[in-house]
Design a protein around this ligand. Structure first.
Ligand code: AMP
Length: 204
């Protein structure tokens, strides 16, 4: 099962992706995590993208496309994956289609978490406060100023990706403001309804 999980920053994509991973035994491919790893390791690519990420802007399309293309060839992704945080532009969505077509595979579905912007700002404040209270480092891009930039970037560059997938008949939208378990249930129901996938059991 090959999935894309869309939604604005702070919508709960990471949380829901983890829950889908547990149920379907497919890896979560998070471009944000992969890029943060490159930054932490101090690789050449990490050094190149760190300042872009810290500002809440998008890393160039060719960089993320090559990261994802390399990752989907790993053996753990042979039976499927859930892409979290990718694609974030229509150019990336088109490049993904080409990469998949070159491998003779295609997406089964796109899941989108819909959340309004005020709720997102509250969530991002909460996320930063919780990390700080646990003594964990706060993501440099999880502060209200950078978050505004990330939302702006989402509106301008990522929102059109929704239309791209809607036009292909792949889009399933779920209200991301509901409790975590309810969101997961609705995502699972959307997957169960896919004609190509007869998934019978429920996500725990
Ligand atoms: P995330 O953890 O998904 O919120 O991503 C954190 C940051 O990594 C983003 O604000 C971007 O700077 C960068 N990033 C992650 N995924 C992408 C992508 N698909 N395209 C461009 N930049 C990305």
């Amino acid at each position: 099962m090959r999935l894309v999980l869309l939604g604005p920053p702070g919508a709960g994509k990471g949380t829901q992706a983890t829950r889908i991973v547990d149920r379907f035994s497919i890896p979560q491919l998070s471009t944000g995590d992969m890029l943060r790893e490159a930054v932490a390791e101090g690789t050449e690519q990490g050094l190149r993208v760190k300042h872009i990420m810290d500002r809440g802007e998008l890393v160039p399309d060719d960089v993320v496309v090559s990261v994802v293309a390399g990752r989907i060839d790993h053996s753990d992704a042979a039976n499927g994956f859930i892409l979290d945080g990718f694609p974030r532009t229509v150019v990336q969505a088109e490049a993904l289609d080409q990469e998949l077509a070159a491998r003779g595979i295609k997406l089964d579905a796109v899941l989108e978490l819909e959340v309004d912007e005020d709720a997102l700002l509250d969530r991002i404040r909460g996320r930063a406060e919780e990390a700080a209270s646990r003594g964990e480092p706060v993501r440099p891009d999880d502060n209200p100023e950078v978050f505004e930039t990330r939302l702006h970037v989402y509106r301008e560059q990522t929102a059109p990706v929704t239309e791209y997938y809607r036009s292909k008949g792949l889009l399933n939208i779920v209200d991301g403001l509901q409790p975590i378990v309810v969101v997961t249930e609705q995502l699972a129901a959307a997957l169960a309804a896919l004609p190509s996938l007869q998934i019978r059991s429920e996500i725990q």
